[in-house]
Design a protein around this ligand. Structure first.
Ligand code: ADP
Ligand code: MG
Length: 351
């Protein structure tokens, strides 16, 4: 497994379509790094530049410390799994998986064993002699994964590999990919626009927006401390609350939310109007009206099986909260005290 690094990399298509705008990126060996962002933000282009299927317009790319910026795809030790499995329909499963090894010069029996081992990794050793059309979508995608794995690439790339699968299979195949990646210690760069998928599989998530990088962090860092509104909104759900920073002491800000005072990390902000992001699950609603929270009214209560969802009317606008207690829910119209969990809100840089 190799590292991948981008230095000031830009990709312009044609005259002026800037698909990737001056990005820096460090991917450590043996990690699964996800490129996450809305459609058109430059994820596929970034991946294709690692593969050598697109050449960067500016900047440099290294794989395992070797400068590959101008190296053609065939000379890079990288393989890619696509959204459309791209299997050869007239070849059996094992022929598909062996295909990339055919020209390697290894004896036929070695190639067959390697292909069977690859199929074993994805749980399809018994399907070696079937045609792709005789497999389900999830099985076909596993064959595509096996085909990439047998090449033992330094870096394995996935471009929205689960988009064609239904929700249940998506979860299953993503867990398999993560397990194989961890067991074999592979460097994987994984593209998705699905934030839940990104949170579930990644060591590190690179959130992309408009051809650039909005934030890089672990799933927890991005969820607990989004850098800005875009990341707060794109990863999970967030309430954005208008507040005021009334004083700053060192790294601690005192924040006023309609009279409710709260201490938070300043994140470099100074006294003045500010915005706070609060995850729905980090709101605590206290029935004890004598508490010292912010007084709010339950305006909507929805039972969704695993939890209750509440809409709250508050002096700072409507807030969305979720609670695990489904057996003793709050009533619409009930007045409660709102507080925040310990890992609660964060201040966002824009006011
Ligand atoms: P994503 O994978 O995040 O959806 P892409 O990397 O595919 O984004 O595309 C980024 C931008 O580059 C988009 O505006 C897209 O229209 C444009 N683009 C992608 N491929 C090409 C191409 N071959 N020629 C011209 N423009 C392209
Ligand atoms: Mg794409």
């Amino acid at each position: 497994a190799a590292s991948v690094s981008f230095r000031n990399v830009t990709k312009v298509y044609g005259k002026d379509v800037v698909a990737v705008d001056n990005i820096d990126l460090e991917i450590e060996p043996g990690k699964l790094v996800t490129l996450l962002g809305p459609s058109g933000c430059g994820k596929t282009t970034t991946l294709r530049m690692i593969a050598g299927l697109e050449m960067s317009t500016k900047g440099s790319i290294t794989i395992g410390g070797v400068d590959v910026t101008r190296l053609p795809a065939t000379d890079r030790d990288v393989s890619m799994v696509f959204q459309s499995y791209a299997l050869f329909p007239h070849m059996t499963v094992i022929e598909n998986v062996s295909y990339g090894l055919k020209f390697s010069g290894h004896p036929k029996s070695d190639i067959r064993n390697a292909a069977l081992e690859g199929l074993g990794l994805v749980g399809l050793a018994d399907f070696a002699d079937r045609l792709p059309s005789e497999l389900s979508g999830g099985q076909q995608q596993r064959v595509a994964v096996a085909r990439a794995l047998v090449l033992k690439p330094q870096v394995l790339l996935f471009d929205e590999p689960l988009s064609n699968l239904d929700a249940k299979l998506r979860r299953q195949v993503r867990e398999e990919i993560r397990e194989i990646q961890q067991n074999l210690g592979l460097t994987v760069v994984y593209v998705t626009h699905d934030q839940e998928e990104a949170l579930a599989v990644s060591d590190t998530i690179v959130v992309m927006r408009n051809a650039g990088i909005a934030q890089i962090g672990t799933p927890r860092e991005l969820y607990d401390a989004p850098a800005d509104r875009f990341v707060a909104d794109f990863i999970g759900e967030a309430n954005l609350v208008e507040c005021a920073i009334t004083s700053v002491e060192g790294d601690t800000a005192e924040v006023d939310i309609a009279g409710y005072r709260y201490r938070l990390d300043t994140r470099g902000l100074d006294v003045g109007p500010a915005t706070m992001a609060v995850r729905p699950g980090r709101i605590v609603l206290n029935r004890d009206a004598a508490g010292d929270g912010l007084e709010v009214t339950v305006s909507k209560a929805t039972y969704v099986g695993s939890r209750m969802e509440y809409t709250l009317a508050t002096p700072v606008g409507e807030l969305f909260a979720v609670m695990d207690d489904v057996y003793d829910p709050l009533d619409v119209g009930q007045v409660v005290q709102l507080q925040f969990a310990d890992i609660g809100p964060v201040l966002l840089p824009e006011a």
